[in-house]
Design a protein around this ligand. Structure first.
Ligand SMILES: O=P(O)(O)OC[C@H]1O[C@H](O)[C@H](O)[C@@H](O)[C@@H]1O
Length: 506
């Protein structure tokens, strides 16, 4: 492991540092000068990226090879944002015409809904990748939204979620989008059934065709559920759930911001795809940021990473990144099935600034753990209050400065700020559909680079299966007969406790 002097020394000794350690990708200006790097460390990290085969694996992904080996699938979310005339082959077939056929169908449908004064509310029912992407993006891009349309997102099987939403909408003016790649996810099917009963009770069976559409890869299950497949928008098994916001899973977003806005969103992704595919590693933003993350994790033993957007509209961005990063790289075995040697994906968390400053930044500044931070900010806000924005941005710049350089106070240790706390500063002119697409694609490819270096499969998610299976086993035990005894004693007692109270509380 190569160490570096404190950031204050690195800056003092190298006046060109702040110019040199900046990379531009699309509309993003990424300053990584407040990271524990010098030219030697950087060269070493890029060497490690090369040795790990980042370039060849990247090319294999873009070429549609089955790099998701445990599911024997291509990984082609990049094809979802390829221009109409591009050629991307999966299993010998160009998938781009199919992608654009669905985009065209979505666009026609979105235009119809946007022009239909009867529809005021769109409720997306989905979970995981079928929720977080559109929910995060709809919030992020509300300023670009249709004035009549409100999007709602129901994900949790907790009845409180659908109940709250159904109380806020009217059957006649609501469109439900049931979004599920597999159409087998119990949370989504349960919520969708409840929504359908609610609609049918108010408007009758015939209303389902007008008020329900589906987004899925599984036409058979959509039909079984009772949604006409004429009202279904498809996608493909080479789109991972957490990489699906730019597939038909983004239908609610497209209805909100319009087909042109959605096109701009996809173009933003594509800009970063092209950057990632073609920029030399030295100027390749996902590679640089990915390798900085590797440095924190592998060399400096840092377990977590905070993503702190100075944009209220990006409030759900950290939650979105949690699935993207932690479901992708929270793995313990390599592609060959061996245990990995060190740690893999970081614990990702965050909240928008300035709220975080009044909550957890104490630990960032003076805690014993060092948390690498990504700050995100914009020059122009999507609201009219420039004075607020100046305050917001001054806080962003101040926090990055304070973390990096601290303030010595030997006489009062509790007022001492040690500094030398790393951050990356990601800036863009304005949070537009294109810039949001660019940000998401940047993180997608950072995750890819890191998964490649760790030698893991970033595209499966077997770790979510066991809990699902056990829940399916326990569900009938909560109501059935006799009392269950087949679990460990703690689980048995918890189930017995619930059964007893369930029967008395009704
Ligand atoms: O879209 P669906 O098939 O309903 O899946 C929804 C989510 O659930 C699964 O358990 C996976 O962990 C996620 O990757 C997925 O996004």
């Amino acid at each position: 492991m190569i160490g570096t002097p404190p950031l204050s020394d690195l800056f003092a000794d190298d006046p060109g540092r702040a110019e040199r350690y900046v990379v531009e990708a699309g509309d993003l200006r990424i300053d990584y000068s407040k990271q524990p790097l010098n030219d030697d460390v950087l060269a070493d990290l890029l060497e490690r990226a090369r040795d790990a085969g980042v370039e060849s694996r990247r090319d294999a992904m873009f070429a549609g090879e089955h790099i998701n080996v445990t599911e024997d699938r291509a990984v082609l979310h990049t094809a979802l944002r390829a221009p109409r005339d591009a050629v991307v082959e999966a299993d010998g077939e160009n998938v781009v015409p199919d992608v654009h056929e669905v985009l065209d169908a979505m666009s026609a449908f979105a235009d119809r809904v946007r022009a239909d004064d009867r529809i005021t509310d769109v409720v997306n029912i989905g979970i995981g990748g079928s929720d977080l992407g559109p929910a995060m993006a709809a919030q992020a891009l509300e300023a670009f939204g249709h004035p009549r349309i409100t999007c709602h997102f129901v994900s949790n099987v907790d009845g409180a979620d659908i109940h709250r939403t159904l109380q806020r909408v009217e059957p006649a003016s609501t469109l439900f989008i049931v979004a599920s790649k597999t159409f087998g996810t119990i949370e989504t099917l349960t919520n969708a059934r409840t929504a359908r009963s609610w609609l049918v009770e108010a408007l009758g069976d015939d209303a389902v065709a007008d008020h329900f559409v589906a987004v899925s890869t599984n036409a058979e299950r959509v039909a079984e559920f009772g949604i006409d497949t004429a009202n279904m928008f498809g996608f493909w098994d080479w789109v991972g759930g957490r990489y699906s916001v730019d597939s038909a899973i983004g239908l609610s977003l497209m209805i909100l911001i319009g087909p042109d806005g959605f096109r701009a969103f996809l173009d933003g992704f594509h800009t970063i795809d092209e950057h990632f595919r073609t920029a030399p590693l030295e100027q390749n933003a996902p590679v640089l940021l990915g390798m900085i993350g590797i440095h924190h994790s592998d060399d400096l033993g840092r377990d977590t990473k905070a993503v702190l957007p100075y944009a209220q509209e990006l409030a759900r961005f950290p939650a979105y990144l949690q699935q993207l990063d932690m479901e992708s790289n929270g793995k313990q075995v390599t592609l060959d099935g061996d245990l990995v040697a060190g740690d893999t994906g970081p614990i990702v968390w965050g909240e928008p600034g300035t709220n975080g400053q009044h909550a957890f930044y104490q630990l960032l500044h003076q805690g014993t753990r060092i948390v690498p931070v990504d700050f995100i900010g914009f020059a122009t806000p999507n609201h009219p209050y420039r004075n607020h924005h100046d305050l917001l941005m001054s806080n962003l710049f101040a926090q990055a400065e304070a973390l990096a350089f601290g303030r010595r106070n030997p006489d009062e240790p509790h007022r001492n700020f040690p500094g030398d706390r790393p951050s990356t500063l990601i800036l863009a002119d304005r949070l537009t559909p294109s810039v949001l697409g660019q940000l998401i694609a940047l993180y997608e490819h950072i995750v890819f680079v890191q998964g490649t270096v760790w030698g893991i499969n970033s595209f499966d998610q077997w770790g979510v299966e066991l809990g699902k299976e056990l829940a399916n086993r326990i569900t009938p035990e909560l109501t059935g007969d006799p009392d269950p005894t087949q679990h460990d004693t703690s689980t048995n007692n918890a189930i017995a406790w619930y059964r007893a109270r369930r029967s008395t509380s009704g």
